[in-house]
Write a new protein. Structure first.
Length: 159
């Protein structure tokens, strides 16, 4: 399944997050869709879903959010059952607590794309962009120990 959740989608800019892109053809489709929606000179800004260079088998991430008497703790575990393909499994467990109620536990597993940065940049070039990848400087409390990459790409003029 392919889902593209743009934050802003205009003729001048696409700022978005791609999720559940599990193979190179879906990655190409998302890039092509972005190119279609942009006028020449338009800009695409996106973090790659997951890069092979920073993937860690059995990585565990967690966070808790509270509002009023309800809290949700999310735990994500990444696992790659086949290191030779372009995807991995991200399993999420949600621990939902509300005052006076028993603990509710929900789980979901997604197949997520795992790509080499050079392949992502090459795909963007093929559909009409001039991409650039740079370190994404975020505040230390948001990094979660990760070195993140941000891709910016300008749509080339046609013709």
């Amino acid at each position: 399944m392919l889902e593209v959740a743009p934050l802003l989608y205009t003729r001048g800019a696409v700022i978005g997050i791609t999720t559940l892109i599990a193979n190179p053809s879906a990655d190409r489709l998302a890039a092509d869709s972005s190119a279609t929606h942009l006028a020449p000179g338009g800009v695409l800004v996106t973090p790659p879903e997951e890069l092979r260079s920073r993937f860690r088998q059995h990585r565990v991430q967690g966070e808790t959010h509270t509002r009023g008497d309800r809290s949700v703790t999310t735990v994500q575990v990444d696992f790659d059952p086949d290191p030779t393909d372009s995807s991995f499994e991200a399993t999420l467990v949600f621990l939902i607590r509300q005052a006076g109620q028993p603990l509710q536990v929900e789980a979901d597993t997604h197949v997520v794309g795992l790509f080499d940065l050079n392949d992502v940049l090459s795909t963007l070039r093929e559909v009409g962009f001039e991409p650039r990848a740079e370190p994404w400087d975020l505040p230390p409390d948001l990094l979660l120990g990760e070195d993140l990459t941000l891709i910016t790409a300008i749509k080339r003029p046609t013709g």
